[in-house]
Design a protein around this ligand. Structure first.
Ligand SMILES: Cc1cc2nc3c(=O)[nH]c(=O)nc-3n(C[C@H](O)[C@H](O)[C@H](O)COP(=O)(O)O)c2cc1C
Length: 316
């Protein structure tokens, strides 16, 4: 009966929490931020940085925005599918609308990273019946409220790119994947949201160094393997199932299959709740080979929505 109902409602698609995809060409989603009467296309300048609470970082260059957000500021984020940077289209096609409240900020000479906390979200990917059914039959977990479930779907309605982090301190090393992070096209900053339970977090804060690499989706299995040693000791160099190279400045170990890496010095940390924000500056960058198609996470409901309107990101 359960299978029959699933087939009627969702067809033959395997139901998951998150879909792993790759993207050839441009990302098809657009994200807008409305602050009072001002509107910004933040598609390429916003990042998801914490899950409990859900916190986004949005970067505004000094010369771009005269707006100053503070404790009193409320904003609305619209996530939708559109190839144009047109708010009216994005609003009409919005799959998720998020109400946000100012949380904190990091000010630099060339811009400001605003941290915005999710307070409420609405989702429109599929009808309410399907959303409830999925929640009750497939996604129900002891600590997951319906409100939290909706907010995770909203936050993952924009593809979140996966990268590889490398760290080393004396004989200790760790290599693990992250998708709560962001880089800046025109500035040399990098921002990370790392869970407090991560065994390497305190060491990173102590040494103020981290290396982040870009990877092809083809290494998905290895990438997931690297994310599995929760709470236990990370694998030693000899036991890694791939060869490594050492980064130029820090000497951190990087899988030989990455296509570039950036060495980053951590300038600041902010506790976001479940995650610690690490704010850093790129001190060295190395291209190793031609860029390849990356690995991304989107929520399964976003994948379904995209499929229904003919946007088919390849599943990997
Ligand atoms: C694809 C993928 C993305 C991940 N992204 C993050 C992330 O952004 N932040 C984070 O704290 N952990 C993330 N994790 C979990 C970490 O990679 C790591 O495995 C976890 O923190 C446990 O590491 P530890 O045992 O060394 O403490 C991700 C895991 C996977 C598989």
């Amino acid at each position: 009966m359960k299978n029959l109902l699933r087939k009627i409602l969702f067809g033959n698609i395997e139901i998951k929490e998150y879909s792993t995809i790759t993207i050839e060409g441009e990302i098809k989603e657009k994200v807008f931020l409305k602050v009072e009467n001002f509107l910004f296309d933040i598609s390429k300048i916003h990042w998801l940085l914490s899950l409990d609470p859900i916190v986004f970082g949005v970067w505004f260059k000094n010369n771009e925005s005269k707006i100053a957000l503070d404790e009193k500021t409320w904003c609305k984020m619209y996530l939708g599918v559109s190839t144009k940077s047109d708010f009216k289209i994005a609003k009409k096609n919005a799959v998720a609308i998020i109400m946000l409240h100012y949380f904190d900020k990091i000010e630099e000479t060339d811009g400001t990273l605003y941290l915005l906390k999710l307070e409420e979200s609405k989702i429109y990917h599929v009808n309410l019946l399907k959303i409830f059914l999925l929640f009750n039959k497939y996604y129900k977990k002891p600590k997951l409220s319906f409100k939290k479930y909706k907010s995770l779907i909203a936050a993952y309605s924009y593809p979140r790119r996966v990268r590889i982090i490398s760290f080393k301190q004396d004989e200790y090393l760790n290599i693990f994947p992250m998708d709560l992070l962001g880089e800046f096209n025109e500035a040399d900053y990098y921002v990370f949201g790392l869970r407090h339970t991560n065994t390497t977090l305190l060491k990173i804060i102590e040494t103020k160094k981290i290396v982040v690499s870009e990877i092809s989706y083809k290494y998905k299995d290895l990438i997931y393997q690297l994310g599995k040693h929760h709470g236990s000791s990370p694998p030693t160099l000899d036991s890694l199932p791939f060869k490594t190279i050492q980064s130029e400045k820090f000497g951190f170990y990087i899988p030989e299959w990455v296509y570039n890496y950036k060495e980053i010095e951590i300038l600041k940390t902010i506790n976001l709740g479940s995650h610690m924000l690490l704010w850093g500056k790129v001190v060295n960058e190395k291209k190793i080979k031609q860029p390849a198609s990356n690995l991304y996470h989107i929520h399964f409901l976003q994948y379904l929505k995209l499929k229904s309107i003919g946007v088919n990101y390849p599943l990997v």
